[in-house]
Design a protein around this ligand. Structure first.
Ligand SMILES: Nc1nc2c(ncn2[C@@H]2O[C@H](COP(=O)(O)OP(=O)(O)OP(=O)(O)O)[C@@H](O)[C@H]2O)c(=O)[nH]1
Ligand SMILES: [Mg+2]
Length: 208
């Protein structure tokens, strides 16, 4: 997709604060510090649109971005930041679950895993939950510039085994050299096209 415009629109603390819109939506999820905000900036070719940080737990709300006046990207707050204050951690679950369960425009979740870390309990619980909710999932392995080519193959295998996902669906990504940029966009565009044909959206059209 050629990105002509990308704008921050709003932050929401839950489903009720999300923009009222029928634009299709793609959300980005993963543990804190995995590189969600960096990946969104990279996909949009914008350096500082989404705030990134080396401090885990920086993004604590659902942050909405408008792409080309027809698509939303949503940067979700990361899970698994043990050092965040308890109220922040306790708000996370209902906020994310409410959004993922209730947001009709959601077409897919781009789910990020750090190449250097074994998937955590939080990661596996989150994947189970996406599967239960039948949300199309685009798994991406981030920060692959931090490992050698040999090591990358080994890490991808380990991640595939731990998650039960086939190796082929794990897309390696790096914001430093833009590896994976084209593949992730293709997967997003495929999810958007599939969503256009889903019975859910057909039913919505009939009701209009
Ligand atoms: N080397 C390298 N560093 C990366 C890459 N992607 C992200 N980072 C770094 O990882 C850190 C965290 O990145 P963010 O994009 O802020 O991570 P996040 O998942 O949005 O974090 P939270 O908002 O706290 O949940 C930053 O210091 C980034 O510069 C990558 O592909 N390669
Ligand atoms: Mg972030």
């Amino acid at each position: 997709m050629v990105v002509n415009s990308a704008l921050f629109i709003t932050s929401a603390a839950g489903l009720s604060g999300c923009p009222q819109s029928d634009w299709p939506e793609i959300a980005f999820a993963g543990r804190s510090n995995v590189g969600k905000s960096s990946l969104i900036n990279c996909l949009l070719n914008r350096k500082g649109l989404v705030r990134t940080s080396s401090t885990p737990g920086r993004t604590q709300l659902l942050n909405f971005f408008a792409i080309n006046d027809k698509l939303h990207f949503v940067d979700l707050p990361g899970y698994g930041f043990a050092r965040a204050p308890r109220p922040v951690r306790e708000r996370w679950q209902p906020m994310i679950h409410g959004y993922l369960n209730g947001r009709r425009a959601l077409r897919a979740v781009v789910w990020l895993l750090d190449v250097r870390r074994d998937p955590s309990r939080d990661d596996l619980d989150f994947l189970d939950w996406l599967e239960e909710c039948r949300i199309p999932t685009i798994p991406v392995v981030t920060k692959v510039d931090k490992v050698s080519r040999n090591e990358l193959g080994r890490r991808i295998k380990t991640i595939a085994t731990a998650t039960g996902l086939p190796i082929e669906v794990l897309t390696p990504f790096s914001v430093l050299n833009r590896q994976g940029h084209g593949e992730v966009w293709e997967l997003i565009e495929a999810a958007l096209s599939a969503g256009e044909q889903s019975p859910d959206s057909a039913a919505e059209e009939l009701a209009d």
